[in-house]
Design a binder for this molecule. Structure first.
Ligand code: IDP
Ligand code: MG
Length: 134
């Protein structure tokens, strides 16, 4: 079964949206295979977002994702990577009916992360759930 990594980012935890966000995924029949709360170190944030190093919003992104605790999930199901991204919505949160479209306040503070490809999913799952940890 295909797996993807989803993060419920610190702003969503702070705003009390964890339950509602998890419900969206569960209602679409994406199964929770692992879940944990953690506060990212700067080092881990830099690994997660290595593709964005050097971009104008990079510093803001690293401080955002390390602001407070987040929830990491492995979700599984047919086409889990794409289906999770569809539920999450576009980066700027302009699509109503998606998690970001309904609740996100800005392009940076957009509540949720979802792996963007199978390759990213494999890399990110290893980062958040090293062997023996899930
Ligand atoms: P994604 O989360 O939809 O895959 P990415 O382009 O991978 O979007 O960007 C990673 C994260 O960086 C976004 O979720 C958002 O929090 C932040 N971000 C992306 N683009 C911008 C921008 O143009 N300005 C500020 N923050 C941004
Ligand atoms: Mg991305």
């Amino acid at each position: 079964m295909e797996q993807t990594l989803v993060l419920i980012k610190p702003d969503a935890v702070e705003r009390g949206l964890v339950g509602k966000i998890i419900t969206r995924f569960e209602e679409k029949n994406l199964q929770i295979q692992a879940i944990k709360m953690l506060h990212l170190t700067r080092e881990m944030a830099e690994k997660l977002y290595e593709e964005h190093r050097g971009k104008t919003f990079y510093a803001q992104l690293i401080s955002y994702i390390t602001l407070g605790p987040l929830i990491a999930l492995i979700l599984a199901g047919p086409q889990a990577v794409n289906r999770a991204r569809l539920l999450i919505g576009d980066t700027a949160g302009t699509t109503p009916g998606t998690i970001r479209g309904d609740w996100a306040g800005s392009i940076t503070y957009n509540l949720v992360h979802g792996s963007d490809s199978l390759r990213s999913a494999t890399r990110e799952i290893k980062l958040f759930f090293p062997k023996g940890d899930s």
